[in-house]
Design a protein around this ligand. Sequence first.
Ligand SMILES: [Mg+2]
Length: 355
Amino acid sequence: MAYRAISGIGEFGLIDKIAALAEPTLHTVQNLITGIGDDCAVYQPSAGLLQVATTDMLVEQVHFDLLTTPLKLLGSKSISVNVSDICAMNALPRYALISIAVPASFSVEMIEALYEGMAYAATEYGVAIAGGDTSSSRSGLVISVSMIGEVSAEQLTHRSGAKPGELICVSGTLGGSAAGLKLLMREKEIMLEHIENNEPYNKSTMADLKEYSNAFQNHLSPIARLDIVRLLHSKNIRPSSMIDISDGLSSDLQHICRSSNTGALVHEGRIPIHPGTRRIAEELQDDALTWALTGGEDYQLLFTISKKEYEAIADNKDIAVIGETTDKEEGLLLSDIYGMTIDLRTVKGFDHFSS
Ligand SMILES: [Mg+2]
């Protein structure tokens, strides 16, 4: 990769580059009046819709490791995680403001790769990158994305609306992101060992990672489930509660149950484990179900819905019913494939799940 020092083009040169990369995203929305280049971004809110706002910060060495994270994918992920939070409110994403703090070691090309990923993802989701800020950083790279979305009062969905006796649904599959992360950590170890021992680490010495590309993709470049939100809107149904799975099914279901004052019963056999994850877990002597329950960063949608409303989406193969909400007193239970129930909150402590 070519290397041009950022100091060579200066802060204004960098902002011009970022503005040029963000420019195509401005055409994805109609109501943006002023994008990057003035003191504020200006947009006309859509008539009759509520606005939802979220922000998410990604810090080098806390949330990502640049040794195992291509910048383009990091850019797209920083957009996706915010879109995912907007989706969790059953809203549509519209505008993003992006701030970055960049270490002196970064090149112009590295920032370009980061923003190419951001612009690509933003365009895919229909989000305009409308503004932001840049700073230098004395430590690692910091990316902060704020996003604004829109939703009608009728479609707005909180975590708090679940009632006992409703279905608990999850989109897509779980555990794939944790599998990808564990594999990346293994490869990093191998690479560092090679370097330490003065052995070459290149295409001829590294494992064939092609078969894992799906798991890597899940971790490095997750896709927010805007398609599910669009499906719900098109069917004119609203979940009673919803959250995106960023911390893992177990934690995120607890968030819903706590906010809604309900319990839950989840069936192990119905949890959609990402294909390939069981085999990767076996290879790494770990447990795929534990990854699905506690791994996090799958960015699928977890929602509750009345049985009657569910009928409208029952034919969708990408939405799994994993259990039912119960009275609060019944707690959060996981029923295993033999019908034994355990407290979902203590999953990690049980032999069955750590074997
Ligand atoms: Mg969230």
